[in-house]
Design a protein around this ligand. Structure first.
Ligand SMILES: Nc1ncnc2c1ncn2[C@@H]1O[C@H](COP(=O)(O)OP(=O)(O)O)[C@@H](O)[C@H]1O
Ligand SMILES: [Mg+2]
Length: 266
């Protein structure tokens, strides 16, 4: 059974999608089968991976009972990587319906993964949920399905301030829906030496959280990560030697080390 990791934060724009896309691409390039599930109606994974929503169904279509999970998988240029896009949210009702269904049945995403497993259409070693901003019923459903969470913290004050609130929400969701849920790690993103000297955000994280709760890898602020997103490809494909891509390669390695044995022997 796959390890399921949700990338979540209360604040938007902290690097969840950039992290999800780049980690998924790198880990898949290492031969690990990855399913990237986009839970944000903005469809960031679709744009960042150069896919097209018109090519198929998304996760909300599965949750709303319109298609089987296997029919909502999109192929990528890597055989080990499939993406389940969020879906077409051009009608406002679609988001309301998706949110309502996650609220009615917080286990809908967990059940979706079980059905995918039963179908044997694609058997991932790692499932990555790219969450929407905030703690919505969609986030709750992702955390009810996940084994662990990655908490990106952008190295700026508001992102740091929302972390305790996020951790309280996670504790509540864990107690109510998923007692096995763990924190995989806090991930410092958009780290910039000049800002850090003034703001000390990373220093506050390192001082206040146990080492094992914070990823060793720190993602630097780097324009190439924005540029690769703009052309619809993971940075490791466009500028693999850039410091941004290299940081995500290092993070991917940290995650691979934590996967159960069979994933590594593929
Ligand atoms: N390390 C980084 N350096 C510079 N820009 C980044 C970095 N990570 C993300 N960005 C940019 O910041 C914006 C928000 O990132 P994104 O990954 O979409 O965040 P989220 O999914 O949390 O909303 C995007 O424009 C993205 O290209
Ligand atoms: Mg996003």
């Amino acid at each position: 059974m796959a390890k399921k990791v949700a990338v979540v934060s209360i604040k938007g724009g902290v690097g969840k999608t950039t992290t999800s896309i780049n980690v998924a691409a790198y880990v898949a390039a290492m031969g690990v089968r990855v399913l990237l599930i986009d839970l944000d109606p903005q469809n960031g994974c679709m744009f960042g991976m150069g896919l097209d929503v018109r090519e198929g169904y998304g996760v909300k279509d599965v949750v709303l009972g319109r298609v089987e999970p296997a029919a909502a998988l999109t192929q990528t240029n890597r055989p080990e990587l499939r993406v389940m896009m969020a879906g077409d949210f051009s009608s406002v009702d679609e988001l309301e319906d998706f949110t309502r269904e996650c609220d009615r049945n917080p286990y809908c995403l967990a059940q979706m993964l079980e059905r995918l497993q039963e179908s044997r259409a694609f058997l991932p070693d790692l499932v990555l949920f790219d969450g929407p901003a905030g703690v919505t019923p969609i986030t709750v459903a992702a955390l009810a399905a996940a084994d662990s969470i990655i908490l990106p913290v952008q190295c700026e004050p508001l992102s740091l301030r929302t972390l305790p609130q996020m951790l309280r929400s996670v504790a509540k969701i864990k107690a109510k829906y998923n007692q096995g849920l763990e924190v995989e790690g806090i991930l410092l993103t958009m780290y910039d030496v000049k800002h850090e000297a003034k703001l000390g955000i990373a220093a506050q994280i390192w001082d206040n959280f146990p080492t094992e709760l914070v990823f060793e890898t720190v993602i630097p602020r780097q324009e190439q990560l924005v540029e690769s997103f703009a052309v619809g490809a993971p940075a490791i494909d466009i500028s693999s030697r850039s410091v941004g891509a290299q940081a995500y390669i290092q993070l991917g390695r940290e995650l691979i080390m934590r996967l159960p044995e069979p994933a590594l022997t593929n």
